[in-house]
Ligand binder design. Structure first.
Ligand SMILES: Cc1cc2nc3c(=O)[nH]c(=O)nc-3n(C[C@H](O)[C@H](O)[C@H](O)COP(=O)(O)OP(=O)(O)OC[C@H]3O[C@@H](n4cnc5c(N)ncnc54)[C@H](O)[C@@H]3O)c2cc1C
Length: 492
């Protein structure tokens, strides 16, 4: 079989192990070089990235680069417009083939189509693979060949497909092992790329862009539960499984003071771990459980993995979700959008302890517990009457795991503007706090100035002035705001 000179383009798959596109590229290439492109469209600090996410990305790229070098080839990290840079690189090294794994955000789909055309016009072959999701979006259609709009039936179809196909010994999905040796280009060729007109786009330690990706910008790396890089992601998965956290996920996943969830969201979003490895982790756990509760916990966790795929499918089928509500009547909602309330929410200074603890967790650690994401999102929309898209954007500017599909899905779910069949869900922040932070441990951790307050007062937010230590009084009354919200909603 003829083998070719090829490029593998990493995007949301920052790993060498179990990377389907890379596996295929390394199998079929005589010489293979890797590239990652810092795409300004995906790394806009005003729109879709945060210091925490940049740090996660930067550290993961450095490990990826070392992994390529260890295997005998190299990974170039470039900065600029991918449609120009991929073509230029292909031309410079006279590549026959370009490989990548498919991505599904609207911009990514548009970008890849454009680049495929450019490369094909230059007589280069493009090979693309499904790696980011367990089930191909093409297979996830209703009996009437329509896209799913509701999670329940989507999940049943998704799990059914997984159980029927792609299986190795009926439980584990096959993992593709990248060869330990990849033949790259010879040294002279690599240095000629470095001296070519691509030179100014190559990221080196001396670049200002490099600084953006480092921990110099994101100061709280020790507080962030998501750890960058392929090796750390595998460790996190193993810990989640072997510590038994997966077996008690049902009981503990809603308690924000416990470190009881996998913390794999950034790894799954940027692909430092594969969705197959994660699935297999759950199957391995099933083989060693001792009771039904544990099995239920593992199944609940698998359902969370399905939510990730549900939201990606939603965005593929309804790209307009990126811009606004799925339920159009929400376009007429008379948002109050008070800037001082928004500022208080962002800074964790609303005077409502559970909200402020959660927002401070986000601002400091780059991450927020899922239960709290739902509470603060409901509060922004249904108490403060602020457009959920403001919150969605703020999350993207802070989260280490900021991901268009999951973030948009989470916000539309919380605002009741999405596909979910239950349209009205209003969280009472005090009741949520009593239920999920009953000892006040989470609140005390993130609002240390309230650590001396008794638990009942901490949960109800009824704190007398002398004891406030500078902590603000509540900016709103939950009951009144809920009435106003309901009234406004009934008018649309
Ligand atoms: C308003 C709002 C915004 C959100 N924004 C994001 C975001 O930008 N990026 C993101 O990855 N998740 C987002 N989520 C979903 C969820 O909060 C996080 O995925 C989860 O908290 C990550 O923690 P974990 O990795 O420990 O999850 P685990 O509980 O261990 O779950 C395992 C994996 O399943 C996926 N998952 C879990 N819950 C969800 C969910 N509700 N929706 C989609 N995928 C899920 C994640 O990939 C996660 O890593 C958001 C949820 C809400 C309510």
């Amino acid at each position: 079989m003829t083998k070719f000179r090829s490029i593998f383009w990493h995007r949301r798959d920052l790993r060498v192990e179990d990377n389907i596109g890379l596996f295929e590229a390394s199998k079929n290439s005589k010489n293979l070089i890797g590239v990652y492109i810092l795409d300004p469209n995906l790394l806009d600090p005003n729109r879709n990235t945060s210091e925490a996410k940049n740090w996660f990305l930067g550290e993961s790229l450095l490990e990826l680069q070392r992994n390529w070098e260890r295997r005998g080839s190299s990974l170039l990290i470039l900065n600029g417009d991918p449609s120009k840079l991929i073509s230029k690189l292909a031309e410079l090294i006279n590549a026959d083939c370009i490989y990548w794994n498919k991505n599904f955000e609207p911009y990514e789909i548009y970008r890849d189509k454009k680049i495929t055309e450019l490369l094909s016009n230059a007589k280069r072959k493009v090979y693309t693979f499904l790696d980011q999701l367990l089930v191909s979006p093409d297979d996830l259609r209703t009996n009437n060949n329509e896209p799913y709009k509701v999670y329940g039936p989507f999940y049943r179809k998704w799990i059914d497909i997984i159980n029927k196909t792609n299986l190795l010994d009926n439980s584990l999905i096959q993992i593709s092992s990248t060869p330990t040796k990849i033949t790259g280009l010879d040294k002279r060729e690599v240095s000629s790329i470095k001296n070519s007109d691509l030179n100014y786009c190559i990221i080196r330690k001396s670049n200002s862009i490099y600084d953006l990706l480092s921990s110099n910008r994101f100061k709280y790396t020790n507080l962030c539960p998501c750890k960058p890089g392929e090796s750390e992601s595998i460790k996190q998965l193993n810990f989640f499984i072997h510590s038994g956290s997966i077996n008690s996920y049902n009981q503990a996943r809603d308690i924000p003071s416990l470190e009881s969830t996998s913390n794999l969201s950034a790894a799954l979003s940027l692909g430092t771990i594969s969705c197959r490895a994660v699935w297999n982790g759950a199957q391995i756990s099933k083989n060693i459980i001792i009771d039904e509760d544990q099995e239920n916990s593992i199944n609940t966790w698998i359902k969370e993995l399905a939510w990730r795929e549900f939201y990606q499918n939603a965005l593929i089928n309804f790209p307009e979700l990126e811009k606004g509500p799925y339920r159009e009547k929400w376009l007429n909602f008379p948002w109050q959008n008070k800037p001082d309330w928004f500022k208080a929410w962002k800074n964790g200074l609303t005077g409502i302890p559970i909200i402020d603890a959660a927002m401070r967790q986000l601002n400091r650690s780059g991450w927020m517990h899922n239960r709290c994401r739902m509470i603060v999102a409901s509060f922004l929309v249904k108490d403060l009457l602020i457009d959920w898209r403001w919150g969605e954007l703020f999350f993207m500017k802070r989260l280490v795991d900021g991901d268009l599909a999951s973030n948009n899905g989470g916000w539309q779910w919380s605002a009741s503007s999405g596909m979910d069949p239950k349209p009205m869900r209003i969280f009472n922040p005090f009741r949520q706090a009593s239920k999920f932070d009953e000892n006040g441990n989470y609140i005390r951790k993130w609002i240390p100035e309230l650590s001396h307050i008794s638990t009942p007062n901490l949960l109800s937010g009824e704190i007398i002035s002398p004891e406030r230590n500078g902590y603000p009084k509540p900016i709103i009354n939950h009951k009144n705001q809920t009435l106003i919200f309901k009234e406004l909603y009934s008018n649309i």
